[in-house]
Design a protein around this ligand. Structure first.
Ligand code: ADP
Ligand code: MG
Ligand code: ZN
Length: 351
């Protein structure tokens, strides 16, 4: 019969390919007991939205099962999300582990659609998630998530409404109907920071921020005043969009915001009748730009009627049609983002 040490040794030969370290030194293994050939332990992942979950679970199980004398492996999977930043000095953000910004160089590329489906997919995986709609020019996250913009206060703090498990706060809570046409960058940053720090976020594994579009002042000052854990750049396949996405990426890089990767929205059209894929624009642009700029490519999202309709109805496709191919695309993307966040957090821990 193996000893606890034998089990740990076997598990120390299983590596997490993303973090390039073994499960034991990553402190992912806990509570090992061996009794009558039954080995019990916990596999503690760095995020419940781990893209390699099945692979790690199988790897760990097999490594232990093949030890001589093992009759049964009882493995329990849990997770403890790694933090990219330390917000402990902030009264309202101290329970937040990761702020993930979703950005684009220009509007209309589907930044909010991506942000909303990302937040819900992370939440559905078991993480605690919030979304901050910082797009002062068109704060449509509450609409997309079916949230009314009446805000509740407690001790001068906003109690964020919860939709599909996600805590929601929006610049749209502050003005109804008319949107101020001109927002200068510093003003935007000030207003967003105020909102961010007036919300009772509680404990969050991920706070997704839908940033104002542009490569100018607004996201710049914001990124400087709120330390971001990382940023996802949303683009569409057209050449002009790709160029501006590259510009946005360069800007965040200059600000030392870790780039989590590029996602291409409206990549191809799925015929609602027969499901056939048509690449309306040239293909592979997002992937090519990601490679050129030495960042990760996080996936292609189809141009799809259901995606738009569900956003308009206030029930994003990921909740309205959880078993659809569209939902699967968003889920895979979200898991990639979570994996990237773990990698960034881990590289900071090593320093
Ligand atoms: N993949 C998609 N397929 C179909 N419609 C989409 C898709 N992504 C976004 N849209 C629609 O395009 C419009 C702009 O998207 P939105 O997410 O608001 O963009 P942004 O936040 O970048 O301005 C919305 O009507 C939205 O429903
Ligand atoms: Mg938007
Ligand atoms: Zn068709």
């Amino acid at each position: 019969m193996p000893s606890v040490e034998d089990v740990l040794k076997a598990l120390s030969e299983v590596t997490d390919p993303e973090l390039a370290r073994d499960l034991v030194s990553l402190r992912m293994v806990g509570g090992v007991t061996v009794e009558d050939g039954v080995v019990t332990f916990t596999l503690n992942l760095t995020t419940p939205a781990c893209p390699l979950r099945t692979r790690l679970e199988e790897g760990a199980r097999e490594a232990v099962a093949k030890l001589p004398g093992v009759k049964e492996v009882k493995m329990k999977t849990t997770s403890n999300v790694f933090a990219t930043r330390d917000y402990s000095s902030s009264e309202t953000l101290k329970g937040v582990k990761n702020i993930i910004a979703v950005a684009s160089g220009k509007g209309g590329v589907g930044k909010s659609t991506v942000a909303v489906n990302l937040a819900i997919a992370l939440s559905a995986s078991g993480a605690s998630v919030g979304i901050l709609d910082a797009d002062v020019y068109g704060p449509n996250v509450p609409h997309m998530m079916g949230v009314k913009s009446e805000v509740e206060f407690e001790d001068n703090m906003i109690i964020p409404p919860v939709a599909f498990g996600v805590k929601v706060a929006s610049m749209g809570f502050f003005y109804k109907g008319e949107t101020p046409l001109i927002w200068r960058g510093p003003l935007v940053a000030g207003a967003v920071k105020q909102l961010l720090t007036q919300v009772n976020w509680g404990e969050l594994d991920y706070l997704v921020v839908d940033l104002p579009p542009s490569t100018g002042d607004a996201p710049l000052t914001l990124a400087q005043s709120v330390p971001l854990g990382g940023v996802v750049i949303v683009t569409t396949p057209q050449e002009a969009a790709l160029n501006i996405a590259a510009k946005a990426l360069a800007m965040f890089r200059r600000l030392n915001v870790p780039i989590l990767g590029i996602v291409e929205n409206m990549s191809f059209f799925i015929c609602p009748k027969c499901g056939e894929r048509t690449y309306v624009f040239s293909t592979g642009g997002g992937r090519r730009v990601a490679a050129q700029l030495d960042t990760d490519f996080l996936g292609e999202i189809p141009l799809d009627v259901a995606i738009r309709e569900q956003s308009d109805l206030g029930t994003p496709v990921i909740v309205a049609k959880p078993d659809s191919p569209q939902a699967a695309v968003f889920k895979e993307f979200a898991f990639k983002v979570a994996g990237m966040v773990s990698i960034v957090a881990f590289s900071k821990m090593k320093k």
